[in-house]
Design a binder for this molecule. Structure first.
Ligand code: CO8
Length: 293
């Protein structure tokens, strides 16, 4: 029902809408209401942090198509919500996600997967401008490991397990396991993981190799991720989003181009009120109050 209301509100001609400000407010409210319609995820806000929890416990959060549609929708809603500055994505204590849903895809044919760009919509998470922290407890296997790597920061619970077991199913990783993983853990370990379907990483190994930046007891993981996300959300959003974009760009462009982008963005930030506030606060020995202007 809520989804219908949303599309009605979006597709209504402008002339039929009362006022633009009011329309945005009601669209945001309706999107929040739609959130309660999710079947495979839970969403909530903690201060300025949006929390998305994968919630398909019987299947160890296997990433079926509908689940990922919901994740994309929740991420988009938080990305568009001016009150949110960062997002945390987590699963259960047993599984962040045990991979793409094997039962759902086992009968797929090549022609269908290719024509319909099967699971291509997973890449949408990379379009989210706000930082996403993956809080990984338990299994992060296959697409689960790739989903964590699509986020910007990974925190792990002590018993987290990262692996790319797709080769055991007669396939290979399809969402970053042969690309992002190499950059995170190096070629040799990535090859071992991808080609043997084993060589899983414990949380501590993942931290040593640089895939994970913090390991904490399982029951403290989400709070720890939210604490960091809250800290990020308290900064100027233009700086945060530019910082995220530029760090990600370092994977894609040569150093000289990355440095040019960085300098241009750095200089552009002198056009913001938050730069004046941040530097003014430093000079006046007080905490800055960023307004995202
Ligand atoms: N898909 C579907 N169902 C799953 C999956 C999965 N990936 N993982 C677990 N389940 C289900 C099991 O079938 C079981 O269901 P049921 O109770 O109905 O039999 C339930 O979850 C519990 O699982 P187990 O009984 O197996 O639990 P265990 O604690 O014994 O084992 C494991 C846990 C080790 C995690 C085991 O479940 C396992 O090996 N799972 C599969 C892991 C795997 O191979 N993942 C890779 C999948 S392929 C992939 O991710 C490709 C991504 C490509 C993305 C492309 C984007 C473009």
């Amino acid at each position: 029902m809520f989804r219908n209301l949303i599309s009605t509100s979006i597709t209504k001609p402008l002339s039929a809408q009362k006022s633009s400000a009011r329309t945005f407010t009601s669209a945001a409210v309706l999107r929040q209401a739609a959130a309660s319609n999710y079947q495979h995820i839970l969403t909530e806000t903690r201060g300025k942090v949006g929390l998305v929890t994968l919630n398909r416990p019987k299947a160890l959060n296997a990433l079926c198509n509908d689940l990922f549609v919901e994740v994309n929708e929740a991420m988009k809603n938080f990305d568009e919500d001016a009150n949110i500055g960062a997002i945390v994505l987590t699963g259960s204590e047993k599984a962040f996600a045990a991979g793409a849903d094997i039962k759902e895809m086992k009968d797929n044919t090549f022609v269908d997967t290719y024509k319909k760009d099967f699971l291509g919509h997973w890449a949408k998470i990379s379009e989210v401008k706000k930082p996403i922290i993956a809080a990984v407890n338990g299994y992060a296997l296959g697409g689960g490991c790739e989903l964590a790597m699509s986020c910007d920061i990974i925190y792990a619970g002590e018993k987290a397990v990262f692996g790319q077991p797709e080769i055991n199913l007669g396939i290979i990783p399809g969402a970053g396991g042969t690309q992002r993983l190499v950059k995170a853990v190096g070629k040799s370990r990535a090859m071992e993981m991808v080609l043997s379907g084993g060589a899983n990483l414990t949380a501590t190994e993942a931290q040593t190799l640089g895939l994970v930046s913090k390991v904490v007891p399982a029951d403290q993981l989400v709070d720890e991720a939210i604490k960091t996300a809250g800290k990020i959300a308290s900064k100027s959003q233009a700086s945060v989003q530019m910082g995220k974009e530029l760090v990600n760009k370092s994977y894609e462009v040569p150093l000289s181009a990355g440095l040019r982008w960085e300098r241009a963005y750095f200089q552009a930030l002198f056009g913001t009120a938050d730069q004046k506030e941040g530097m003014g606060a430093f000079a006046e020995k007080r905490n800055p109050n960023f307004t995202n202007n």
